[in-house]
Write a protein that binds this ligand. Sequence first.
Ligand code: OOG
Ligand code: MG
Length: 261
Amino acid sequence: MALSASVISELATVVDDAQRNASEIVKLTDDQPEMDLADAYAVQAELLRRWQGEGRRLTGYKGGLTSKAKMVQMGLDTPVFGVLMGDTCVPDGDVIDMNGLIHPKVEAEIAFVTSRELSGDVSIDEVLAATEFVLPAIEVIDSRYKDFKFDIQSVVADNTSAARYVVGGSPRRAAGLDLRLLGVVMECNGEVVGTAAGAAVMGHPAASVVELVKWLAGAGKALPEGSLVMTGGVTEAVAVNRDDHVSARVQHLGTVGVRFT
Ligand code: OOG
Ligand code: MG
C-alpha cells in the first residue's frame, strides 16, 4: 500500500458522498497518483465497514470485467471484485428512479446463490457443488467518475461501479445445466442489444466465483453460505435512459426485467 490510513479514509468519504448524491467526481488517481490496487481495495473495505455500521446489509459479492466484451469496452484487463448491499436490490419487474443515478448502464449477468461456505482455492466443480441455484440478473452500474472513465484503482475504490441489481427469472439448480452453453439475450425496449453465452465469463461463469473466493481468501475471508454472487456482464454494458425497459433472458433460467423512470 502506498497511502496512509487517513488518506484512505478521506477517499472513502469522497466516493461515499458521490454515491449518495449521485454526483460525478474525477478519478481518485488524478489527485493520488501513488494509489495502488491494495489502497483501492482498502477504500472499498472502509466503505463496507461504514455501510455495515449504518445498518446496511451485505448480501453478496460481484465480479466485474470478467468477460472479454467488458474488458475491451472499459480498456482494462484485470477482473475486479465488489460488494452487494441489500438496499440496492431491486425486485424483478420493478422500476428504478434515474434521479438517484448519474449515467447508468445495464449488464446481463448469471448470478449464483451459494448453499455452503466457500474458502481458499476452490475448483469450478466445488463451486457448483456449493451452489443452491443459478438465476438471471441485471446489474445497473453507475460509475461515479466523469464520462464513465477510470483506471483499475479508481473503479475498485468506487465499489466497481455497483449501483443496483435485479435478480429473478426462474432460479434453477446448476446440476444438469452446462452453464457455459447458456444463451443470454439482453433487450432494451424489445430490441436486442447484446447476445452471449455463459462461457463469455472466464470460460465458465463459476470461474468468476472461483476468482472471487480467491480474492476473499487474500483478505482473510470466506464466501458465506447464502451469498449472492453476480459473475459479471456477459456483453458490453448498455447505457439507459428514462422510460427504457431492459430485460435479460437466460436460456433455461427465464427472464429478469426492470424499467427506468
Ligand atoms: C466496472 C464494473 C464492471 C461487470 O459486470 O463487468 C462490472 C465498470 O465497467 O464500470 O460490473
Ligand atoms: Mg457487473
